[in-house]
Write a protein that binds this ligand. Sequence first.
Ligand SMILES: Cc1cc2nc3c(=O)[nH]c(=O)nc-3n(C[C@H](O)[C@H](O)[C@H](O)COP(=O)(O)OP(=O)(O)OC[C@H]3O[C@@H](n4cnc5c(N)ncnc54)[C@H](O)[C@@H]3O)c2cc1C
Length: 367
Amino acid sequence: MRAHRLATTRRQVVVVGGGQAGLAIGYFLAQQGRDFTILEAAAEPAAAWRGRWNSLRLFTSARYGSLPGRAFPGDPDRYPTRDEVADYLTDYASHFELPVELNSPVRAIRKTDGGYVVELDDRTYETEQVVIATGPFQEPFVPAIADGLDESVTQLHSTAYRSPDLLPDGRVLVVGGGNTGFQIAAELSVSREVHLSIGSRQTPLPQRLLGRDLFWYLDKTGLIRKTKASRVGQRMQQREDTLIGSSPRAARRLGIRLHGRAVDAAGSSVRFDDGAELDVRSVIWATGFRLDHSFIDAPVFDGDGRVVHERGVTTSPGLYFLGMLWQHTRGSALLGWVKDDAEYLAGKIAARRSDALTPETETAGAT
Ligand SMILES: Cc1cc2nc3c(=O)[nH]c(=O)nc-3n(C[C@H](O)[C@H](O)[C@H](O)COP(=O)(O)OP(=O)(O)OC[C@H]3O[C@@H](n4cnc5c(N)ncnc54)[C@H](O)[C@@H]3O)c2cc1C
């Protein structure tokens, strides 16, 4: 229990998370003239992008990198770098003067009679409506077999990988057959013997077809906007994890040796599902993420902890989610399409009466 009351500020809307989803809804809330704030845990804007590996290039072209109201700069047919995206998002927030509060991790959100209390370490907000935009890829996930490896093996989750020079010389195993695993393996193959463990095969798709970007076709055919409830959407979800611009064949051409699922590890050796074993110097776990919504105290989760919602709108009045994978369509968690859900939720927010709270009322000071 807290020993003293923290300063409490009232806002009509609080957005948690200042990545592309938080900024996109911020754009629409600003257009509505709403009194809102965007609380961002990190010390700098675009933290998720800055935290990805140095040589990362988008799998979507710049044409599909724009948030609402401001085009992604430069040649629309190129594939921007990680840093270009971080710069674009930083510029976006400052261009529209969005009220992003950095160094502001939200520790708890509690439902009250009239809305929500949003708790930080040093202050709280009272608000009628909250948008959770904390990202589709939150907590790095490493399988339990990692514990079997001894200290002679350098281990990193893909979120900690930046460039090959971070690893010691010697054989490296990348675990994970998604875009991240393939791309990191390709980069390492220039300087090392690289092995790639593929747990479940994903459908490889070319990045460009007949001179056009893959997403151009998805956009023009309307596939990117097929809802998750539609028949096509359901089929696409089953194949959600598609490799874009990488493939097992291309990896083999780079000299990368492919294995099945990694099932066990002991000492400096990893065992695969066909019984083969490999002695390794380093392992990169490109094994994905888990969501962490444990800071939200509201009745919006099912028995497995999944958010129950309809296009981001929950049954807890005024509580929304934005930017989740397949929130509504394949584009929901992508730079170029998050605006569709953001605009939809901004409409829902506007439709709710927001006169219950007076903006910017200081109710208590820290003592
Ligand atoms: C390796 C990789 C490559 C990708 N490439 C592409 C691509 O080419 N094209 C494309 O369109 N998409 C791509 N994506 C998908 C998607 O665009 C990104 O994941 C994007 O970062 C998602 O944006 P977001 O705003 O939803 O979440 P994030 O960017 O993760 O932002 C969420 C923010 O919330 C903050 N936060 C979290 N918890 C709290 C809290 N409790 N309190 C306050 N703040 C909090 C975080 O610090 C973070 O800044 C890629 C994703 C990955 C992982």
